[in-house]
Write a protein that binds this ligand. Structure first.
Ligand SMILES: [Mn+2]
Length: 426
C-alpha cells in the first residue's frame, strides 16, 4: 500500500522555437505559431493546477537552444512561480537542446523547482499536496549537447520511498529520426528496479513498457510538418496498490496535419477541387476549434496528376484553396495550407514505367534506389548540386537537409524528369 498520487509528465517544450521560413505566411498564422510553444507551457500549467497534480516532471529540452531565449526563460519563471504558489513541486532535467552548459539568464527560481545536476544522478523526494512522501525522483542533466554515454546505467534506486520515478532525456534502442544521445536499452530500463521512467527526446508519444512504465510523452506543440497530430503531456495516476494509469492531455495551440488526397485516373479539375476542400474542412473539424497547418499529399495517378507535376499547377491550387478556406484573420479555427505536395511514390506507384527496359524505366529505378539509400542520396545530391554550392544561401539550404528530405528531393526529381520525358514522347 502506498499514498495515491498523481503527476504530469511533459518533455520537449522547445520554448520559443523560432519557426523559421514563415516570411510569406499571413501575420495571424505567423504570430500564432511563434507564440505556440510558450502558450502550450501556459496550458500545461493550467492543466496541472486544474487537475490538482501533486507534482510535475519535465524531461529535457525545455528550451530550444543551448543559449536560451530570454523570452522563454521569463515565461518559464512565471510558470514555475504559479506552480510554486500552489505548492506543486517541479523536477527538471536538461537535454541536448538545453544543456546545462548553455548561456542562461541569472534569474531566481522558486524553491519548489528542482533542476538535476550534470555530475551524477540525483535523488529527491516528491510529496503529495497533503505533504506525504509519494516517491523518490531521480535525474541527471546533460552538461553539453551531444551525450554519447549510457546514462541509464548510472541510476541506482535509493530505498525509503514507496515509488521510484526516474527522469532521463535520451534515445531508447536507437529509435530512428532522432540523435542517438544518452543511448540505452529498453531491457536495461525494465530491469533497473524503478517504477516509472519519465523520458524525453523523441517527439512522438509512446509507451514502450508497462510495469515498469517507460514513457515518452512527445513534445507539447508540433514545430514543423514532421510533428503532426495532437501534442501534449501525460497525466499519471498512481493508486494505493501501485496501479499506474496514463491519460493524454493535448496542449497544442496549433495542430500540424498531413492528409492524403487520392486522385482517380479519370478525375478532372472539378473532382480535385471538391476533394481538396473536403480534406481541408475535415481537418478543421478534427482540430476541434484549434487552428491547423495542413499539408495535402496528392496521390494516385492519371493525367491530371501528371500535369500538376509538370506545370507546377499545384502552387495555383494552393493559392486558391487558401482563399476559399477564409482568412486566418477572420476566424480562430483557421486552416492554413502549408502546401500541396506531390509526394514521392505517387506517380511511380501509378505508372508501370519503373518496370520498363528503356531509359525511362532506368531513370525511375535509379531515383528510387538513390532515394532509399541515405549514402547514395547524399552522394547523388552533392554531385547534382555542385554548381549551386558556390551560392552561400543555397549551400546552407542543401547542407540543412536531413536524410528523409534528401530522399524526398531525389524521388520528386525522378518523377518530374519522368513526367517531362513522357510528355516529350507523346
Ligand atoms: Mn527535443
Amino acid at each position: 500500500m502506498q499514498v495515491p498520487f498523481r503527476f504530469m509528465h511533459a518533455a520537449d517544450l522547445h520554448l520559443d522555437s523560432p519557426f523559421r521560413g514563415l516570411s510569406k505566411v499571413p501575420y495571424a498564422v505567423r504570430e500564432r505559431l511563434k507564440n505556440s510553444t510558450l502558450n502550450a507551457l501556459d496550458k500545461l500549467v493550467d492543466a496541472v493546477l486544474a487537475e490538482e497534480m501533486d507534482f510535475l516532471v519535465l524531461a529535457g529540452d525545455l528550451y530550444d537552444a543551448a543559449d536560451r531565449s530570454l523570452r522563454a526563460q521569463l515565461r518559464m519563471q512565471k510558470a514555475m512561480g504559479k506552480l510554486a504558489e500552489a505548492r506543486v513541486q517541479v523536477f527538471v532535467v536538461h537535454g541536448n537542446h538545453d544543456p546545462s552548459g548553455g548561456r542562461s539568464a541569472r534569474l531566481e527560481w522558486p524553491e519548489a523547482v528542482h533542476v538535476f545536476g550534470t555530475e551524477e544522478v540525483g535523488c529527491r523526494p516528491a510529496y503529495t499536496r497533503g505533504g506525504e512522501l509519494a516517491a523518490h525522483v531521480y535525474g541527471i542533466s546533460y552538461a553539453e549537447a551531444a551525450v554519447r554515454d549510457n546514462l541509464a546505467l548510472r541510476y541506482r534506486k535509493r530505498e525509503g520511498a514507496p515509488f521510484h520515478l526516474a527522469m532521463l532525456h535520451g534515445n531508447i534502442d536507437g529509435l530512428e529520426g532522432h540523435d542517438n544521445y544518452a543511448p540505452c536499452r529498453l531491457a536495461e530500463l525494465a530491469a533497473a528496479g524503478f517504477d516509472y521512467w519519465a523520458f524525453g527526446h523523441i517527439h512522438d508519444r509512446r509507451v514502450l513498457h508497462e510495469y515498469p512504465h517507460v514513457v515518452y510523452p512527445g513534445n507539447v506543440q508540433g514545430r514543423s510538418i514532421r510533428e503532426t497530430g495532437p501534442k501534449g503531456a501525460y497525466r499519471v495516476d498512481v493508486s494505493e496498490q501501485g496501479r499506474i494509469s496514463l491519460a493524454f492531455r493535448e496542449l497544442s495551440e496549433v495542430r500540424w496535419l498531413v492528409r492524403e488526397v487520392r486522385l482517380g485516373a479519370e478525375d478532372g479539375e472539378q473532382a480535385l477541387q471538391d476533394k481538396l476542400l473536403e480534406a481541408a474542412e475535415e481537418a478543421r473539424r478534427e482540430s476541434e476549434g484549434r487552428p491547423s497547418v495542413l499539408r495535402l499529399r496528392l496521390t494516385g495517378g492519371g493525367a491530371l496528376l501528371e500535369r500538376l507535376l509538370r506545370d507546377r499547377e499545384a502552387e495555383s491550387w494552393t493559392a486558391e484553396l487558401r482563399d476559399w478556406l477564409g482568412s486566418p484573420d477572420e476566424r480562430d479555427d483557421w486552416v492554413w495550407i502549408e502546401r500541396i505536395a506531390l509526394e514521392a511514390g505517387s506517380v511511380r506507384a501509378a505508372a508501370p514505367d519503373a518496370a520498363e527496359d528503356g531509359f525511362l524505366g532506368e531513370l525511375l529505378r535509379l531515383s528510387a534506389e538513390a532515394a532509399s539509400d541515405p549514402a547514395a542520396s547524399r552522394a547523388l545530391l552533392d554531385e547534382a548540386a555542385e554548381p549551386m554550392r558556390r551560392h552561400p544561401k543555397l549551400r546552407q539550404w542543401l547542407d540543412g537537409r536531413d536524410a528523409a528530405q534528401r530522399a524526398e528531393l531525389i524521388a520528386r526529381a525522378g518523377e518530374l524528369a519522368a513526367a517531362l520525358l513522357r510528355e516529350g514522347g507523346e
